[in-house]
Write a protein that binds this ligand. Structure first.
Ligand code: NOJ
Length: 555
């Protein structure tokens, strides 16, 4: 019983990702469908000037690693002018580079070098809030009638005094800050130093569209949009209701359901506005950051696919790593996707613990195999490809404002995912010549790019092989998916394109498994997360070792 396949595709010699993409500058369009994206957190990638903090020339200098990995695009976390209260997610000038990271000329050089290697560049667009040091806010706060007076979310105190309503900050504490100068409160969904813009004001929309155009004209290939589902708030400023599921130990903001501050009616119109701007430039991609369930997140594609190309799917971060859960996720997601929409999967980012620590080392390999064989564009977070574990940050070295505001909440410390990239076994892991801004992960003498590149058993080798396989097989890059099983710790699915069928069987448990997979019978193992099974022929059942996943070519 072979799964239904798409009509045979004339594949020729063109690799799968290129069939979907078209070469850079050739106007192929929709490159993001067949692509693998790599997130770079500039502070922690490579320090070229010896100040302990990564920078843009450092990224350019290490593009060889990105090319060696084999990814198609890079998303750069913010490098814009910023007081760095939230490490660049507090932007004081959207159209310039912070001196900590370099100059606009450095960025141009990075874009040019990446493009010469056929690697696309996506920037981080942070529209929900600016820094309180942004000229727009500095003007807005001065009076109730200045030209920028209604660019932010200003409100009078509640009738009895105090904040206008019960909205909280995502980073702990109240969401309203009193401004003496203006005699009003302003709302901040994150830090008080990150005032929220008022996206119901057309002047804000127009100014931010110009920011997008500024970078698109410079040649960037698209954006990841920060907290895109936060942009609109309830126009009646109603309280958020209590969350009956709140449990002690969770961030305080979870005490309330964010139904008046997130995912509001009308948000899609703003997303479509971004998309129209991107569509002025060929081959660009719009990715949205959204921690939402499948049904709501799929709304951000737009009914006519006129919203985000890829609304981020964070279910591998939000949900337990279990075969039945992931199998159900695939099916729920596929059913929720609008016709023609293309899915995506994310395993980690700079806001969450490292996958190697969340899932354990063995399962991190299985998860990598899932990420890179799933139907949908994968996003890899820098460092996950070497199996970097979560950092251990002594209390006096904590940098993350979220952790500082609400210390000790499990899973709430973001520094642990932001430790420096580990390039080699030298004192500062080849990241810098001085003590880095965050400590290295212990064991960098073995967990680093140089050591792992030479080791066929390493995580890096596994990532490279998976990416190469994905690029070579249209079934993996752009094919259909059919779930075969999600029971007894085993997740198995078929990827299929034309005559090409690939079966993936993953053991999400620590005990060996024997699984009946008649769909894979006669197939040949082309990759295992363990070792030495290449070329093994598969019968009616597949045996999987503890923490083992295999890719089987069936036809
Ligand atoms: C999401 C970003 O990923 C996170 O790092 C940041 O702190 C918040 N948005 C606020 O911009």
């Amino acid at each position: 019983s072979s799964p239904a396949c798409l009509p045979a595709a004339a594949c020729g010699m063109v690799p799968a990702w290129r069939q979907a993409a078209g070469a850079l500058g050739m106007g192929g369009g929709e490159w993001w469908r067949g692509a693998v994206i790599y997130q770079i957190y500039p502070r922690s990638f490579f320090d070229s000037d010896g100040d302990g903090v990564g920078d843009l020339p450092g990224i350019t200098g290490r593009l060889g690693h990105v090319a060696y990995l084999g990814v198609d695009g890079i998303w750069l976390s913010p490098f814009f002018t910023s007081p760095m209260k939230d490490f660049g997610y507090d932007v004081a000038d959207y159209c310039d580079v912070d001196p900590l990271f370099g100059t606009l000329a450095d960025l141009d050089a990075l874009i040019a070098d990446a493009h010469a290697r056929d690697i696309r560049i996506l920037l981080d667009f942070v529209p929900n809030h600016t820094s309180d040091q942004h000229p727009w806010f500095r003007e807005s706060r001065t009076s109730r009638d200045n030209p920028k007076a209604d660019w932010y979310m200003w409100r009078d105190p509640a009738p009895g005094g105090g904040p206008p309503n019960n909205w909280r900050s995502m980073f702990g504490g109240g969401g309203w800050k009193w401004c003496e100068e203006r005699g009003q409160y302003y709302y901040h969904a994150f830090l008080a130093e990150q005032p929220d813009l008022d996206w119901r004001n057309p002047a804000v929309v127009a100014a931010m569209h110009e920011v997008l155009r500024f970078w698109l004209r410079r040649g960037v290939d698209g954006f990841r949009v920060d907290v895109i589902w936060h942009l609109l708030k309830d126009p009646q400023w109603r309280d958020n209701p209590p969350n009956p599921d709140f449990r002690p130990g969770e961030p305080e903001v979870r005490k309330l359901l964010q139904i008046r501050t997130c995912d509001q009616p009308g948000i899609l119109d703003l997303v479509k506005g971004f998309r129209r701007v991107l569509d002025e430039f060929p081959d660009t991609a719009l990715i949205g950051e959204l921690y939402l369930d499948f049904e709501r997140l799929c709304g951000y594609y737009g009914e006519a696919l006129d919203g985000c190309h890829l609304p981020f799917n964070f279910h591998l971060i939000m949900d337990p790593w279990r075969a039945d859960v992931v199998a159900r996720s695939i099916e729920t997601y596929e059913a929720a996707l609008p016709k023609g929409a293309w899915p995506n999967w994310v395993l980690g980012n700079h806001d969450n613990g490292r996958v190697a620590s969340r899932f354990g080392r063995g399962q991190a390999r299985v998860a990598a195999m899932f990420l890179l064989t799933a139907r949908g564009t994968p996003t890899i977070f820098q460092g996950d490809e070497i199996g970097l574990e979560s950092g251990v940050i002594p209390p006096d070295l904590v940098r993350d404002p979220q952790e500082k505001n609400e210390p000790g909440l499990p899973g709430h410390d973001r520094d642990i995912a932001r430790t420096p990239m580990q390039w080699d076994a030298t004192r500062f892991a080849g990241f810098s010549t001085v003590e880095p801004w965050l400590p290295l992960v212990p064991g960098h003498e073995t967990c680093n790019v140089a050591v792992e590149a030479a080791d066929p058993r390493s995580m890096l080798t596994l990532y490279r092989r998976l990416i190469a396989l994905r690029r070579a097989r249209p079934a993996l890059a752009i094919g259909d998916v059919m779930v075969l099983t999600g029971a007894n710790d085993v997740l198995a699915y078929m990827r299929c394109r034309g005559d090409e069928r690939v079966c993936i069987a993953l053991n999400l448990g620590a005990s060996p498994r024997e699984v009946a997979l008649p769909e894979a019978a006669g197939g040949r193992i082309v990759l295992s997360t363990g070792l030495d099974r290449d070329g093994e022929t598969v019968g009616e059942t597949v045996s999987l070792g503890p923490d083992e996943g295999v890719v089987i070519e069936v036809a």
